[in-house]
Design a protein around this ligand. Structure first.
Ligand SMILES: [Zn+2]
Length: 251
C-alpha cells in the first residue's frame, strides 16, 4: 500500500508538470508459437500495447513467422545468437571473453539471417543475460544493426543507439516467479523520479517480461498494468521503432 501511495504521488508530480512517461515493452526468449505466447499476444492486442518480441534465432523460425503474419504491431528483434550460456562459473554469457570480434560478427549474422524474414523484424540486438562482450558493440555497428537493448541505462549515448529495459516482471533466484506488486511499484516510482530530477522526461522506461516463465500472479499484474496505462493521464506506451528513430543521430 505504501509503495502504491508513493507511486501515485510521483505520478501526480508528472501530471502537474504536464509530462507523460513513455513506457515500452520487451518480451524475451520466444522461439515458437506456444500457449504462453498466445496469452502474451492476446494482452498486447486487447490493450493495443506495442510489443517487442526478442526472439532466439537458434533454429528455423518459420512457425513463428506464420503465427505473426496475422498479428499487427508486433516488433521482432534478435535475442542472442544461440542463447547458450558459456560461463564456466558465476554470471551468464553466450560470448566468452576470448571470443574474437570476427566470430561474434559471424554469429550475429547467422542469427539475423533466420529472423530477417519474420513479420515486424527490426535489426536490433538484445544480449542474453544483458552480457556485453567488449567487441559486441563494434560488431553490431559493423553488421548494420539499428540499435541494441540491455538493462538499466536511462539516456545512454551509444552507437548503434541503446534503448534499455528497467522493470523486470520476474525475480529469478532460485526460480522465476512474479517480482511482487510492491517491488514493481517501488521500481517504477524510482525510474520516474530519476527522470524527473534529471529533466529526462522523454527517456523511455522499459518493461521486461518473459512469457514462458510467468506465473499467474505475473500475468495478473501485467493485465492490470495494461488496463491502467490505457486510461492513465501520465503513463503511455511507445513503440520501439519510434523510440529508435528519435535516438538515431540526424544525418
Ligand atoms: Zn533470454
Amino acid at each position: 500500500m505504501l509503495q502504491a501511495l508513493l507511486l501515485s504521488r510521483e505520478l501526480a508530480r508528472w501530471r502537474a508538470a504536464g509530462r507523460r512517461a513513455r513506457l515500452w515493452w520487451r518480451d524475451d526468449d520466444a522461439r515458437l508459437p506456444t500457449p504462453a505466447l498466445e496469452r502474451l499476444l492476446a494482452h498486447a492486442l486487447a490493450f493495443d500495447a506495442p510489443l517487442t518480441l526478442a526472439v532466439i534465432p537458434d533454429g528455423d523460425r518459420a512457425q513463428l513467422a506464420e503465427r505473426l503474419s496475422s498479428v499487427r504491431g508486433v516488433r521482432v528483434v534478435q535475442h542472442g545468437a544461440d542463447h547458450i550460456n558459456r560461463s564456466p562459473g558465476g554470471g551468464a554469457f553466450e560470448f566468452p571473453p576470448e571470443r574474437k570480434a570476427g566470430e561474434i560478427a559471424a554469429a550475429l549474422r547467422d542469427g539475423w539471417t533466420r529472423l530477417a524474414p519474420l513479420p515486424g523484424a527490426l535489426k536490433l540486438f538484445t544480449p542474453p543475460w544483458n552480457a556485453i562482450h567488449p567487441d559486441l558493440i563494434g560488431a553490431l555497428a559493423n553488421e548494420g544493426y539499428v540499435g541494441w537493448s540491455a538493462w538499466a541505462e536511462v539516456s545512454p549515448k551509444a552507437t548503434p543507439p541503446r534503448i534499455d529495459t528497467h522493470l523486470d516482471l520476474l525475480r529469478w533466484n532460485p526460480a522465476p516467479r512474479f517480482r511482487g506488486k510492491a517491488r514493481l511499484a517501488s521500481q517504477l516510482r524510482r525510474q520516474l523520479a530519476r527522470r524527473r530530477k534529471a529533466g529526462a522526461w522523454d527517456a523511455p522506461i522499459g518493461l521486461l517480461t518473459h512469457h514462458l516463465d510467468h506465473d499467474e500472479a505475473a500475468w495478473k499484474w501485467l493485465a492490470g498494468l495494461m488496463r491502467t496505462v490505457r486510461r492513465h493521464p501520465v503513463l503511455a506506451w511507445s513503440d520501439l521503432g519510434d523510440l529508435l528513430s528519435e535516438a538515431r543521430p540526424a544525418t
